[in-house]
Ligand binder design. Structure first.
Ligand SMILES: Nc1ncnc2c1ncn2[C@@H]1O[C@H](COP(=O)(O)OP(=O)(O)OP(=O)(O)O)[C@@H](O)[C@H]1O
Length: 406
């Protein structure tokens, strides 16, 4: 059988083009659309769209939930099981561990290892640490050239990148806003399934928290009770920004106090806008600039542009940036109004190694130089990221319990 290979790419390489070229056979042979399956978030998103239109989906999740109502991990597990049951000749595996907890990573790696005896695997990855152990050859692009890659090749670069101090608070975060988030004995069920069991958790002004927990443990459910309008929050003892949830504040008023970034947002921006406008639009919570910003708002946005070293390219099209730089701009956009809370939902999913280093440095800097509390949700413990506390969800029959870990 032909060898299993990995292609190590950066955010500058266009992944969809690469997949098309692989399936056309112009880079390697044996992975045409008819012979291979694509294990990727791209496939999952297409299936969810079809499920919404037709009401059915060939991929069955372990809980029996629709794919669209399943957690990220449940979706990936279900897709891999489906692909394996189809007996294809080869599998293209893209961003294999994105959104997966350690247990699910090990399970997926084990399954791929097993099928690699019969099926040829081509892995596409932006993270060196994700390269599957059975991969025999690794390639990458040097310009247009497709060449073998030496994993020892690049020295890690840990130098300080963002040297300019962050702008001072646009509006200082008042003391009355404490606690930023407080859950007291919050429990959630979906029909007969217990998801969260008596969660007690408090986030205070300026604290930097990472929320961790295995796939399906309820992380997104917690976020949706803070940031979204999950009806499960109704009647629960939840305090947001010093005010009991449900006592008059609208979802819109709550969202005003939150800066939000998720790697999923990178797919949502399609309209052309400049980098500068993208940042300043954060004052108005709009995509695109419809209001005239004040001089103070322009100055703050310009300060952020200098922090990111993008002042000279501020008129350039936002979509022309790599995903990693787009993420940095969207963090600045979320931060211009200096919100009391910044939520980062699986923020590094899909970023390459170099961009993750940039990203973690910026988040650490925000944590140390501002009064904004940070809630960082991720399975990964990113090297170099320095949260003050980790809140861990642990699944049980009666729903996930939570606690602070050392
Ligand atoms: N609207 C819904 N209806 C039924 N079940 C749901 C719904 N939303 C979430 N669930 C279930 O609740 C559980 C927790 O889901 P949630 O998305 O909060 O987990 P998570 O920790 O964020 O997982 P992941 O890391 O995989 O994204 C999952 O088993 C999911 O299938």
């Amino acid at each position: 059988m032909n060898t299993h290979i990995a292609i190590y790419i950066s955010n500058k390489d266009r992944k969809q083009d690469l997949i098309d070229r692989i399936q056309n056979g112009t880079i390697v042979s044996g992975f045409s659309k008819s012979k291979s399956a694509l294990f990727s978030e791209i496939t999952i998103n297409k299936l969810i769209q079809e499920e919404r239109i037709h009401g059915t989906c060939p991929v069955v999740t372990p809980t029996g939930n629709a794919l669209g109502n399943s957690s990220q991990g449940e979706r990936k597990r279900a897709l891999l099981n489906h692909i394996i049951s189809q007996n294809t000749e080869s599998i293209i595996v893209d961003n294999v561990f994105g959104n997966l907890d350690i247990e699910a990573q090990a399970e997926i790696a084990r399954k791929l290892d097993k099928v690699s005896n019969q099926v040829r695997i081509l892995q596409i990855t932006k993270r060196k640490e994700d390269i599957l152990p059975f991969i025999e050859q690794i390639y990458h692009f040097e310009g247009d050239k497709f060449v073998e890659f030496n994993t020892e090749y690049k020295a890690e670069n840990n130098q300080e990148i963002f040297v300019e101090e962050l702008p001072k608070a646009y509006r200082p975060v008042s003391e009355e806003i404490n606690p930023i988030v407080k859950f007291t004995k919050v429990s959630v069920n979906y029909r007969a399934r217990h998801i969260l069991d008596k969660i007690d958790w408090e986030i205070k002004k300026g604290e930097f928290w990472q929320l961790m927990g295995p796939n399906g443990s309820g992380k997104s459910t917690i976020l949706s009770m803070i940031f979204g309008d999950n009806p499960k929050a109704f009647g629960q003892d939840i305090v947001l920004f010093g005010v009991k949830k449900g006592s008059g504040e609208s979802v819109w008023e709550i969202k005003q106090k939150i800066g939000y970034f998720s790697s999923d947002m990178l797919r949502g921006f399609t309209r052309l806008d400049s980098i500068g406008n993208m940042i300043v639009s954060g004052f108005f919570d709009t995509i695109g600039l419809y209001k005239t910003p004040t001089n103070e708002q322009i100055k703050i946005a310009q300060h952020w542009l200098r922090v990111l070293d993008m002042f000279d390219i501020r008129k350039q099209d936002f979509l022309s940036l790599s995903k990693g730089y787009q993420s940095l701009v969207l963090i600045a956009r979320a931060m211009v109004k200096h919100p009391p809370l910044l939520i980062l939902d699986e923020p590094t999913n899909g970023l390459d190694d170099a961009d993750v280093r940039l990203f973690t440095q910026l988040i650490n800097k925000i944590a140390s130089e501002t009064e904004t509390a940070i809630l960082y949700v991720s399975h990964r413990k990113e090297a170099g990221l320095t949260p003050d506390f980790i809140y861990q969800l642990t699944p049980c029959e009666t729903g996930s319990t939570g606690g602070v870990v050392d």
